[in-house]
Design a protein around this ligand. Sequence first.
Ligand SMILES: [Zn+2]
Ligand SMILES: [Zn+2]
Length: 143
Amino acid sequence: MTNQVQGILKDDTGRRIVTAAFCCNGHNLIDGENPLMDGLSTLHLRVHSSKSGDVDIYLSPIQGDSRVIGGEEISRDELLDISCPVCGTPFEVVAPCYCHNGMFVAIYLKPDCQYREAIVICNSWGCKHSFVKLESRIILSSS
Ligand SMILES: [Zn+2]
Ligand SMILES: [Zn+2]
């Protein structure tokens, strides 16, 4: 494995794997206590649904992999508030998503909240878009 940037690993099959992600208060969302996917620790978020209330979800740490644990009760395309499961701080909205429904929120790869090293996810439930923004390069993936 080569370490491209702090918080992202590229494995032998070329997959980019997020190994650390933080809220602005420095809570690590990828914890060894989280459920595993393909043997990897998932990324824990809390989402607020107007119909289902607060729901804990665990995202695949593999870039472009839309698998998620939790949230089965949330309606497709519902717009969610996404926050840190530890302190409840909402993540910053940074741009409209390509799905024309949701917005991308930034989740930082370092505890100091530098947007240039962040992953972004769409707040529209079921949207498949996610990408990793690294300085001037955007690595886009959708499935
Ligand atoms: Zn937090
Ligand atoms: Zn979207």
